[in-house]
Design a protein around this ligand. Structure first.
Ligand code: ZN
Ligand code: ZN
Length: 432
């Protein structure tokens, strides 16, 4: 340390002064500096992070004899002895994580510690200054971490080092007490993409009724299992822009989804590279025997999540159905033109019988924006539809015992039924 900082501090102490210096003898060096409201930096030095034996001479120079132990103002939180133990714990815990070179610190004082502090303050008749305890702790410990871990403090870092001071451990207590005070908290990781589903036996989420699995696997599990294991996440939350029935394939460009990984053991940068994303896609393909394929995978964020949720009710979808028509159709062009002339077609749907056990009874209006029919033979046809979100397509084709009106059969003047359904496209803007 050069003389300039010495001089600057001496001037500072002279200028500030303190009427009653008596109680200062019962506090540590850093708290002594805090009481004089010494700023974080003096003459280019991060004053508070200097070791106590460097700070001590300043205190002595202004006739204060600091007390290294049992400081009345921090109860030992700002002592070298405690901070170095804390540092060791943080260092060991960080070894389990793959992180970048930034961090941020948060510190919380639990009730027990706070009330002990207050009692101690009352005894000494000292008052907190503008350099409060938390601020000073962050300055001091933050700088230690920066210099010894070669990391940078950044308010927006994905790595949070969370310190919870429940009560102040005794100076000679073992490390396990301090381990309970340190939490490594990584920001959630968001990954987005689109899935294509080629199976007619795969549900989107695990299909479990009364604790019995009705399908061995699900899209969700296929998509996130690799992530759970690879990134050591505690939890994966899968959200898709809508869902198709188990027996409906999801083709075309796929259905958008987003995954939120909670408490992963790494930060975002470890997944935002092509190698990781390609590995993920390959693992999903293998696990599902090729039935689930991912496209346009990339790292996302909370905004991507919000826009997916928001678009869920506004997006349109393109469907392809194989339909049965009871009457024999000869004039394909005539029927197609007639159906086309009805567009946009508003239909009314009561909640379908097949979902009534889990949805409430309601009557809803939906619009069919495009409709195209192509005959396979006189009784079977391919029907392509573009509909509002939330349209029950199967019910539009078979009528659901009169609960959807009009339906394809009522429009054609016969009975119609649906044999197969695929989703060809989920229209969503600002995505991918
Ligand atoms: Zn001091
Ligand atoms: Zn102190």
């Amino acid at each position: 340390m050069d003389d300039s900082v010495l001089l600057a501090l001496r001037n500072y102490f002279q200028k500030v002064g303190l009427e009653n210096r008596g109680p200062l003898g019962s506090c540590c060096c850093r708290c002594c500096f805090r009481l004089f409201a010494v700023p974080c930096r003096v003459a280019g030095y991060e004053i508070y992070s200097l070791p106590e034996n460097c700070l001590r001479p300043f205190c002595v120079a202004i006739n204060v004899e600091p007390c290294a132990e049992n400081c009345k103002l921090c109860l030992g939180l700002l002592s070298d002895q405690f901070l170095s133990k804390l540092f060791r714990v943080v260092q060991v815990k960080l070894q389990n994580y793959k992180v970048e070179d930034t961090f941020r610190i948060s510190v919380a004082f639990w009730e027990k510690y706070r009330s002990s502090l207050q009692n101690s303050l009352d005894e000494t008749q000292l008052e907190e200054t503008e350099v409060d305890l938390k601020k000073c702790f962050k300055w001091t410990f933050g700088n230690w971490l920066e210099t010894q871990l070669h990391m940078k403090f950044a308010v927006d870092s994905d790595l949070e080092i969370r310190i919870q001071v429940k009560e102040m451990p005794l100076v000679d207590s073992n490390l396990s007490l301090i381990e309970d005070m340190v939490f490594i908290v990584l920001a959630p990781i968001y990954l987005q993409g689109r899935y294509i589903k080629l199976s007619r036996r795969l549900s989107q989420s695990p299909w479990i009724v009364d604790n019995i699995r009705l399908a061995p696997d699900s899209i969700e599990e296929c998509v996130y299992e690799y992530l759970l294991h690879q990134l050591g996440a505690r939890e994966c939350r899968f959200t898709a822009g809508g869902r198709e029935d188990v027996d409906v394939r999801m083709l075309g460009s796929g259905r958008p989804f987003i995954i939120e990984l909670l408490e992963a053991k790494c930060t975002r940068s470890y997944v935002s590279n092509e190698t990781f994303l390609r590995d993920w896609e390959r693992q999903v393909f293998l696990r599902s025997n090729g039935q689930v394929q991912l496209q346009e995978t990339k790292v996302s964020d909370a905004f991507g999540y919000a826009s997916l949720k928001e678009s869920e009710m506004t997006k349109r979808k393109t469907y392809r159905c194989i339909v049965y028509i009871s009457k024999s159709v000869k004039d394909e062009t005539g029927v197609a033109e007639y159906l086309g002339s009805l567009i946009p077609l508003t239909i009314e749907q009561y909640t379908p019988l097949r979902v009534l056990h889990r949805r409430s009874l309601a009557k809803r209006k939906r619009v069919i924006h495009e409709i195209r029919l192509k005959l396979l033979n006189s009784h079977f046809a391919i029907l392509d539809l573009v509909t509002d979100a939330g349209t029950y397509v199967k019910e539009f084709v078979h009528g659901d015992l009169g609960r959807t009106t009009p339906y394809l059969g009522s429009l054609l003047g016969c009975e119609t039924d649906i044999l197969q359904l695929d989703v060809l496209h989920v229209h969503i803007s600002d995505w991918g």
